[in-house]
Design a protein around this ligand. Structure first.
Ligand SMILES: [Ca+2]
Ligand SMILES: [Ca+2]
Ligand SMILES: [Ca+2]
Ligand SMILES: [Ca+2]
Length: 350
């Protein structure tokens, strides 16, 4: 709060500037409706689960496995997508978890690498109509009572062997709240592969695995469809303005050609960008904003002096270049200049 007074002086110098370095994708918000999420249940091997209002991931659910899958489509290009060719700086998935898992569980987000190569039915990329059976899930339990493998194998062909991202272990035992998963590496891969195509066929989403029998559940993109009144009451009781806030949300932060400090995306890093950072620092010292919102250069949901430090270093010429750019005459210097001018005038009068 103490920092606000001097910053407010600078605020008066600028009009608001539209900036778009951070984009969010969440069903029902800002016209976005392209989330595909479902689970593949061995207990219901031929029944699509895409209309369920939560997604469960469980290695041993009453003797049966359940694999989750999630994809945000239409991420790239078009009026509302990530511009093609930009650098992805940061990406985060946020889900509202309704059932936690074991402290030592690994909730892995395996990037899907290709159309399913071992289907029993259908063709092409996994989608809402798919089931445990259609994607080739095993139907005959082994000696331990488990169905082997998963419909989407983490074999380096159907999905990445190692997860691109995991739920932070510290979040494993938390529920009834929004939890975040850093998915920057997946977005970097999709941007690199799909930058030439608006449909971005390279983005096939994630297969989500749980290596324990303590199911991990999150609310799906359909949350609130069946009973929006009840969903709204549930959200309001937890201080969320809308039940839409509880659906899966992807936030992507990218940089224009001039890099991370080009907050207004006009191709340079200059004092106009600095002004936006200052404006937002005055009101967002302690978040909560979306990571990477204008001025949040370290993606930690605020605009503070840590972001300012980064900005100085990415300014042309670094911190010294920044100091020169913002240099204004010191009051003492102004007085000396006036004395000098007065001296010249006095000398001429003689
Ligand atoms: Ca769904
Ligand atoms: Ca659980
Ligand atoms: Ca700029
Ligand atoms: Ca920050």
């Amino acid at each position: 709060m103490l920092r606000k007074a001097p910053l407010n002086l600078l605020l008066m110098l600028s009009a608001s500037v539209a900036v778009g370095q951070s984009l969010t994708f969440q069903d029902g918000v800002n016209g976005y409706d392209s989330t595909v999420d479902t689970e593949f249940r061995a207990a219901n091997p031929t029944d699509p689960q895409d209309e369920k209002e939560f997604v469960s991931i469980d290695e041993f659910d009453g003797g049966f496995q359940t694999q989750g899958a999630l994809r945000f489509e239409n991420l790239f290009g078009g009026a509302n997508g990530i511009p093609n060719g930009v650098d992805i700086l940061f990406a985060e998935l946020q889900v509202f978890v309704t059932s936690n898992t074991d402290a030592n569980a690994v909730i892995g987000f395996h990037r899907v690498l290709g159309p399913d190569l071992n289907r029993a039915q259908g063709s092409g990329v996994w989608g809402n109509d798919d089931t445990w059976f259609s994607l080739g899930g095993d139907l005959i339990p082994d000696g331990a009572g488990l169905l082997d493998g998963d419909p989407i194998f983490a074999d380096g062909l159907e999905a990445s062997i190692n997860p691109d991202s995991t739920l932070p272990a510290a979040s494993n035992t938390l529920s009834n709240r929004l939890l975040t998963i850093n998915v920057t590496s997946s977005l970097e891969a999709w941007a690199a592969a799909g930058s030439v195509s608006a449909s971005n066929a390279a983005n096939l989403g994630w297969a989500i695995n749980n290596n324990t029998g303590n199911g991990w559940d999150f609310l799906s993109a359909e949350y609130g469809t069946a009973d929006p009144v009840a969903a709204q009451a549930f959200a309001a009781a937890r201080s969320f303005p809308s039940f839409l806030d509880l659906r899966p949300k992807l936030t992507v932060v990218y940089a224009g050609a001039a890099g991370q400090g080009d907050i207004d995306l006009d191709g340079d890093v200059d004092l106009a960008d600095y002004q936006i950072l200052l404006n937002n620092m005055a009101i967002e010292l302690n978040g909560a904003i979306d990571p990477g919102d204008p001025g949040d250069l370290d993606f930690d949901r605020d605009v503070d002096l840590a972001d300012f430090k980064i900005f100085k270093n990415v300014f042309p010429g670094g911190a010294a270049g920044f100091a020169r750019a913002v240099a204004v005459p010191e009051p003492a210097g102004v007085l000396l200049a006036l004395v000098a001018v007065g001296g010249v005038v006095a000398a001429r009068r003689r």
